[in-house]
Design a protein around this ligand. Structure first.
Ligand SMILES: N[C@@H](CCC(=O)N[C@@H](CS)C(=O)NCC(=O)O)C(=O)O
Length: 209
């Protein structure tokens, strides 16, 4: 692992994830804090790294990777750390996968991000109060599963803080920003995780502009 990790992107919930993961793993990385819709994702240099012209993105030597989940997994698999739980057993890996796919697919992509598209970014994607309201209700329903799980767990995995918690926390911050009130167990989870030094450092780095 001689080459320095380069992370591209700052300023959104998705870009926070790899920065936070890198901080938890205490990786020596270089950040290029380009933002969405600034034109910086459209340059020829960045398009070579991620033809989708989206952030976050990672470079490791000649290796390029996009998608916040794939990037965090790459970091988790290649840089061990005592700071976070990294599942080794196939069943534990699959359980983490299940949670990450649920959080990314249901909470981020089909709820919060659709709300973003049809409210914050309505000039680009079109305004739709009906869609925003449907997503809001859908998100609340999906949160029930998490609320129930956190009743008897301090973190998503009973073995400790890890990748799924990073994904959940970044969605919860996003939800709070959108005016959701968090149910009790989730709120306590949020308040506990917010005390992690790596989270606080990553937040400062990600939102410094
Ligand atoms: N599925 C991708 C989503 C990436 C994404 O949509 N990024 C947004 C910022 S949150 C972006 O780069 N938008 C720039 C644009 O659409 O021009 C991930 O999780 O990394």
């Amino acid at each position: 692992m001689a080459k320095v990790i380069k992370l591209w992107g700052a300023g959104t919930a998705r870009t926070l994830r790899p920065i936070w993961m890198a901080e938890e793993l205490e990786i020596n990385y270089e950040l290029f804090p380009i933002g969405p819709r600034t034109g910086e994702t459209q340059t020829p240099e960045f398009t070579k790294i991620n033809p989708k012209q989206k952030i976050p993105a990672l470079q490791h030597g000649e290796f390029n990777l996009s998608e916040s989940l794939a990037i965090c997994r790459y970091l988790q698999k290649n840089f061990s750390s005592k700071n976070i739980y990294i599942p080794q057993d196939e069943k534990d890996i699959s359980k983490e996968d299940e949670w990450c796919n649920f959080i990314y697919g249901e909470l981020d992509e089909t709820s919060l991000y659709v709300m973003r598209r049809h409210y914050d970014l309505k000039d680009i994607y079109g305004e739709s109060p009906i869609v925003v309201e449907a997503c809001r209700n859908y998100f609340i329903r999906q949160l029930d599963v998490v609320e129930h799980h956190l009743k008897s767990n301090q973190t998503i995995s009973k073995d400790g803080f890890g990748l799924a918690d990073i994904f959940l926390m970044t969605c919860l911050d996003w939800a709070v920003f959108y005016g959701f009130s968090l149910p009790n167990n989730i709120r306590q989870f949020h308040d506990r995780i917010a005390l992690r030094p790596a989270y606080q450092k990553a937040m400062k780095i990600n939102y410094s502009n």
